[in-house]
Structure formats: C-alpha cells, structure tokens
Design a protein around this ligand. Sequence first.
Ligand code: SF4
Length: 357
Amino acid sequence: MTHTDSHTDVTAPLLQVSGLKVHFPLRPGLFGKPAAMVKAVDGVDFTVHRGETLGLVGESGCGKSTTGLAVLRMTPLTEGRIVFDGEDISHPDAATTKRLRRKMQMVYQDPFGALNPRMRVLDIIGEPLRVHRLTRTRAEYRERVMDLLDRVGLKAEMADRYPHEFSGGQRQRIGIARALAADPSLIICDEPVSALDVSIQAQVINLLEDLQRDLGLTYLFVAHDLAVVRHLCHRIVVMYLGRVVEVADRERLYQAPRHPYTQALLGAIPIADPDPEVQARFNPSVDGEVPSPIDPPPGCPFHPRCPHATDLCRREAPRPIDVEDGHSVACHLHDPSRAAEMNHSEPSYQEQARNIA
Ligand code: SF4
C-alpha cells in the first residue's frame, strides 16, 4: 500500500475506481450456502477529479448507492481497485480505514433518520471533531461548530436545540455541517435532496455549490433525478443494473445522449428538429423495470427494455466505446466493428445526433 500524503499529485484524479464488483449473498440456503448472489455492482470504472462533482445516476436498483458505499469502504469489494488520493484503499487496514473515515464523508438521503434525535446539534455537528480529536478545548470545539453552522446558513443559537426542532431543509444543512467538520477531501452525497420539498431542494443544491466553490470540495453525487444532476454535476456516469452505460460531461449528455437508456431517462430532450417522428426515434421511451441483479439478463443488461435490441444484444454484452473525447457509451449501436451485426436500417444515433446538433 502506498500512501502519498505529503507528496500528493494535485493533478491526479482524487478517486479512481476500476473493475469494481460488489456481489453479496441474498440469504443463506441449506447448510449455510448462499442461495443466490446479488450482483449489485458488476464491473464499474470511473474517475473523480479534484474539485468536480461527478453524478452517478440511474433508477433504483442500478447499483449507484452500493458503489458509493464501496468507495466509502463500508461494503467489501468482490473484485476491483479503488485508489483515493494516490493510495490504494481496496483492502484498507484499520489505520487507513480510520483516516478514510475523516477524509471521505457522506450526506445522507434522509435528513430525519440520519441525525440522532437525543443529541443536541452542537454534538451532532461536533461528533467528527471528537472522534478524530481535531479540537483541544471545549471552547475551540464550540467555536468550530459555530463556524460550521454559519457556513451552512444556520444561526449560532441553534446549536443547543434538538433535531426535531428543525425543518427537513434545516436538518439537511445540519447533516452537511457534520460532513464538513472533519475537513474532508471527498463528500459522497446520496440523494441528498430527494426527501425534501421541491422549493427547498434548490436551496440545498445552491448551498452545496457555494461550499464547493469556497472550500474546493469534491462531490460524488448519487441521484436518480436528472434535473438535480443537470444543475450541479460537471460530469455524469449513467449506471444500469450494476454497470456503467454512458459517461459524458453535462453538456454532451443532455444535448446528445447516445445510450438508449440515457435517452429514456432524460425524457424530453431539447432537440432542434421538431419532427415528432425524429424525436420519438431519438428519444424512445422504455417500459418495464430494472431486472433483478440476482439473475441479470445475458448479453446487454438493457436488452429486455431496449427498442433497438438485436440478437447480438441478447448474446453479448457491449464494451465501452469512446464516441468522442471524454464521452463513452456501452452499446453495440456505437461500436463500428459491430455495425453489420446490428443491421439497422434506421439512421444510427451518431447520424441522428449529427443531424440535430
Ligand atoms: Fe440496446 Fe443493444 Fe445498445 Fe443494449 S447494446 S442498449 S440492447 S442497442
């Protein structure tokens, strides 16, 4: 294990995830043998650069939250490698785990369940300061918590209140303040606004943006809501059934999504050509739900729902193809070497995207 604390290359990515697999037994069967394995994450690669917000997006059951837990090293890896700040943390020892608990923090989806109802806000926010012994005196501790309250837009006198005295948006601010307390390098935001009223969501998103700008934070933002991701994220990784299907920066993903699943997720794509036939072809809707990760379909995992599926899709999983710099898609439609087997008479997505760009 190589740790490069004092010689960190600030141009290197903060986080690199390669070939990540997280499989776990559904329940013990006879004689304690697992009855079935859940392939929650099944070969995922992505990189998070310093100071950026990377969105991890997909429907419920696509493996995005498990990926976040794996990065936090809160669930064991079945396969793969995670490098954080120059250090391989795939199999951390106790000392590394303790350091990671400080450098990586999480903001949870449920601001009601995430805060201990019997603790005052002072001690909720200050918990990481105590655990990691980051302040020396009670006065310093209190002062630091006051600073954190101020950073997230809450008043100093709120420190002595209990969580039930706050609204949902205020509780999420408390959760964010606690995540900031230990001065982390990476914050994993797991659907942090999906439990909040729409009117409050924008305020919390704006706060996260302000904090990123002021403190140079890096976020891994897990979401199913593409509207939120569009506003906040610099790049987006779309996941489906434990795999990455498309990676692109925000503009490209919204203007020219290539994977049929991304297109379906995006719903109404603003395109220049108002012809409904073109729009329907470019932006097909899909029916059904994500199949079970216990018994994923063979070939392309999206094929049971994909309007373009062929025999090749049912037989063979697509590999990621770089369609342009920084934009990759795992779909046979975009693999020039499989064009003959896809045998589509319609214009390809590449052609459609070019035509409407
Ligand atoms: Fe659809 Fe085939 Fe592409 Fe999978 S590989 S998304 S089934 S066209």
